[in-house]
Design a binder for this molecule. Structure first.
Ligand code: ADP
Ligand code: MG
Ligand code: MG
Length: 198
């Protein structure tokens, strides 16, 4: 399994939609979310020569550290925490094992950021997506990831009507309603990339 090629696919997807992600963040934050995410995943791809032969557990930890330092902002440590725990719980490439590790990653992200569902954050796309994976481990791999992608996409759309309670967007209070959360949209793009690459 070439994990770096998966990261490349995620990078391409985020890069393709970088301006949209910045625009979403401009509406309710500081306008840097797309730039942050692309910088982080680009740094992982740039380090390919040092990463390509590592075992998944070590690899995901290294990826996490790169993402944490290069994405920056509030999303860097959150996504980094996800990858650290993905690595810690990664046991193999069956649907059940993937769902288990993704779920553990998502729970650690939520614990780190202390966001509940409905508070207009990346959790509102990520948690439904990992639940969809857990509930569909019996599907073939492509259909399994499709369920994750569809749940993330709907989760991101649903953030539009939410009032932000965490992060910069929470400063706007009710004025944050009417805009999709950029972090949730990033998660939807990441799951779209995963669905496309499997
Ligand atoms: P910053 O707000 O520091 O500029 P980014 O723009 O990169 O960082 O990321 C903003 C995104 O981070 C938000 O759209 C939201 O999805 C996510 N976020 C912020 N705080 C939290 C939190 N406590 N828990 C989960 N996600 C969060
Ligand atoms: Mg921002
Ligand atoms: Mg910022």
């Amino acid at each position: 399994m070439n994990y770096i090629s998966v990261i490349k696919k995620i990078l391409d997807k985020l890069d393709e939609h970088k301006s949209l992600l910045n625009d979403l963040d401009q509406a309710i934050g500081d306008g840097d979310h797309g730039t942050n995410m692309v910088r982080g995943f680009q740094a992982v791809v740039d380090d390919e020569q040092n990463l390509k032969d590592l075992e998944p557990s070590v690899l995901f930890k290294k990826i996490a550290l790169i993402l944490m330092s290069k994405i920056g902002g509030s999303s860097g440590p959150l996504i980094g925490t996800f990858f650290i725990n993905l690595g810690k719980t990664w046991t193999g490439l069956s649907q059940t094992e993937i769902a288990h590790a993704f779920h553990a990653g998502a729970m650690s992200l939520q614990q780190f950021g202390k966001a509940e569902l409905g508070e207009k954050t990346m959790v509102d796309a990520l948690n439904p997506a990992v639940d969809a994976l857990s509930n569909n481990v019996n599907l073939p791999m492509k259909a399994f990831f499709e369920q994750g992608y569809l749940a993330a996409k709907i989760g991101a759309i649903n953030t539009k009507e939410m009032v932000a309670k965490k992060g910069r967007a929470s400063y706007l209070g009710p004025r944050s309603v009417g805009h999709v959360d950029p972090g949730a949209q990033s998660i939807a793009f990441i799951f779209e990339a995963l669905y496309e690459v499997v």
